[in-house]
Design a protein around this ligand. Structure first.
Ligand SMILES: Nc1ncnc2c1ncn2[C@@H]1O[C@H](COP(=O)(O)OP(=O)(O)OP(=O)(O)O)[C@@H](O)[C@H]1O
Length: 576
């Protein structure tokens, strides 16, 4: 009796279906979940013979002290149920009845379905993990390896045997285990670089916590191989170097001109090219100084080395210094890790073309002097020097002698630069070359714009020949280029009206050049206020440049604007 009341209590509390059965196979206990499952009521069920209800010849009697499990159709409803029957013993170990636990088979079917789905998901995930090219490693909440993919083995050289069940440090050759850090902090980490495996492969690691129902179950790490990225960036660097080399694209044969003055200049440059000496190119803006620098490099022994052009006026002093000489890691806030190779170092074995040399600061003047005297450079933030073998070609349109007198330019540097001075004459001093330029430029514009222009009229040529050309060949290129763009398709001759209005101070070279835009109402209508304003701005830039003999710093000062803004405007008007 005591046992029965114990059983009753247990059945009452349980939220699963329980029946109590006596030795006569009668149901003596039935709880609510059991009644529900059998789709009947407790009084209906009590007293029934389980064996009669669920006859199965093979079922052993309750007397047998064996536990059994069998499936039956519910005698009351039509459900398939699973019955697990266990004998119940008294203190002496005699069987005094049985307790049966009933479960709905449909639950099992559902569960089976879920297991199947989970298995499918598992297969799918495994396929994804295995097919990705990113190396993956997963550890459990204790940091022990539980999964890696083939990409991981390819990258690190470590197999499942080396990693599974092992601490997360097994694959690290250099750096800290991010799995451990993430297990500690529960915070994902991104972009940590380290070396892994016996091959010490350089990788970037991202690790995230695996949290299931709020519980930290482990971490997953994705490793990206960056040795490949390094290889690609080296390739890119090589390509860039090649492009820079290709940038020195002009040779002496590209220099147009048959006037005596330009022929003499070319001859001088050809002679200079075969020497290792520093060359100083002088001449107004747009006379072709850069063109000459290219040609000198291409005819020199260094033609296979790099040609690097630096516009000394376009960069702020400190930036120019680090560009030219490079810097060591930690040289200043914002300095790149690993430092930076300077342009002098990059140009080693080649040529560096320092354009607008008249604009460099006193500090840079002394550093440059050291390069020219000692052939060695010191990086920003470093105190060690190292040798470089670079040929310097400098260029300026500024009056260096005046800068010397005013103490703005170091005399010793001036003499170091001025070893072979080459003065390129302005276009107005070689007007005979203008027809040649026109012919040459029409050819290249036809090619660039797909046009079929044949020539300029005599009238138009006369205007071009008479103009003062403060912007020199560059200005001629721009004016002719715009004229051709303005021509209607099918027009093959550049006429006077295609050209902008150029009013000329023909008589005297030193006179300022005046360009009076829009004298005619036609161009007023075409340009409107904005167009006229643009023309005036352009004219103002040219006139000022003319007044300062092409010195851009002075021109910017006269116009009370920053040198950078002045450069920007020159570029906008195609004057740079
Ligand atoms: N003799 C020439 N033959 C062919 N093209 C020329 C010649 N002179 C100059 N040019 C062309 O004129 C333009 C300006 O030349 P470049 O840039 O070499 O002048 P620059 O004197 O260096 O000017 P800046 O002082 O403004 O830097 C370029 O497109 C160049 O190809």
């Amino acid at each position: 009796m005591f046992i029965r009341s114990q059983l009753e209590k247990m059945a009452e509390k349980a939220n699963y279906a329980i029946l109590g059965i006596n030795l006569l196979n009668e149901i003596v206990i039935c709880n609510i979940p059991a009644a529900k499952l059998l789709e009947s009521s407790i009084p209906e069920i009590l007293g029934k013979d389980l064996w009669q209800l669920m006859p199965d010849d093979s079922l052993p009697q309750v007397r047998d002290s064996e536990s059994i499990q069998f499936n039956q159709i519910s005698p009351f409803g039509n459900k398939m149920i699973i019955i697990s029957r266990m004998p119940y013993h008294d203190d002496q170990g005699r069987v005094i009845g049985a307790v049966a636990f009933l479960r709905d088979m449909t639950e099992y079917e559902e569960l089976k379905g879920k297991v199947n789905t989970l298995q499918e998901i598992r297969i799918l995930l495994t396929a994804i993990i295995n097919s990705t090219q990113d190396a993956i490693s997963v550890v459990d909440e204790n940091g022990l390896g539980i999964l890696i993919n083939p990409a991981y083995t390819r990258l690190t050289g470590l197999t499942a045997e080396d990693v599974i069940g092992k601490p997360p440090t097994v694959d690290i050759a250099e750096g800290e285990s991010m799995h451990i850090q993430v297990l500690r902090t529960r915070q994902a980490v991104k972009g940590v670089s380290m070396k892994v495996g016996p091959k010490r492969k350089e990788v970037i690691v991202n690790v995230a916590p695996i949290i299931v129902s709020g519980q930290l179950r482990g971490t997953v790490g994705v490793l990206h191989d960056i040795s490949e990225i390094h290889r690609l960036s080296e390739e890119l660097e090589r390509a860039k170097r090649l492009i820079r080399h290709l940038e020195a694209k002009y040779t002496f044969s590209d220099i147009v001109g048959e006037s005596e003055s330009i022929k003499a200049t070319i001859e001088q440059a050809v002679r200079a090219a075969v020497t290792p000496a520093t060359v100083l190119l002088r001449g107004e803006s747009g006379t072709g100084k850069e063109l000459f620098a290219h040609a000198i490099h291409r005819s020199s022994e260094r033609q296979k080395g790099q040609f690097i052009r630096v516009n000394c006026a376009a960069l702020a002093d400190s930036l120019l210094e680090s560009e030219l000489f490079g810097y060591v890691e930690g040289a200043f806030t914002g300095a790149k890790r690993g430092g930076k190779v300077g342009l002098f170092e990059e140009a080693n074995g080649g040529t560096i073309f320092l354009d607008e040399i008249g604009e460099i600061s006193q500090n840079l003047q002394s550093k440059l002097l050291r390069v020219l005297q000692e052939r060695e450079i010191v990086k920003v933030g470093d105190n060690r020097s190292f040798n470089v073998d670079v040929r310097v070609i400098a260029a300026t349109n500024a009056n260096l002698e005046e800068a010397l007198r005013a103490g703005r330019f170091r005399e010793d540097l001036y003499y170091r630069l001025n070893v072979i001075p080459i003065i390129i004459p302005p276009l107005r001093q070689r007007r005979d070359d203008i027809p040649l330029f026109v012919h040459h430029l029409i050819g290249s514009f036809n090619q660039d714009y797909g046009r079929g222009v044949e020539r300029v009229t005599d009238d138009a040529l006369q205007i071009l020949m008479g103009y003062h050309w403060p912007g020199n060949v560059r200005e001629l290129e721009n004016i002719l280029g715009r004229a051709i763009i303005n021509m209607r398709i099918g027009e093959t001759v550049v006429e006077k009206h295609h050209l902008p209005i150029l009013t000329l101070p023909i008589a005297n070279d030193s006179e300022a050049c005046f360009i009076e835009p829009a004298k005619s109402t036609k161009s007023m209508e075409e340009g409107g206020f904005d167009g006229l304003q643009r023309q005036w701005e352009r004219a103002l830039l040219l006139v000022t440049l003319q007044r300062t003999g092409g010195n851009k710093t002075k021109a910017a000062q006269q116009l009370k604007m920053s040198i950078r803004n002045f450069y920007y405007k020159l570029e906008r008007h195609g004057l740079n």
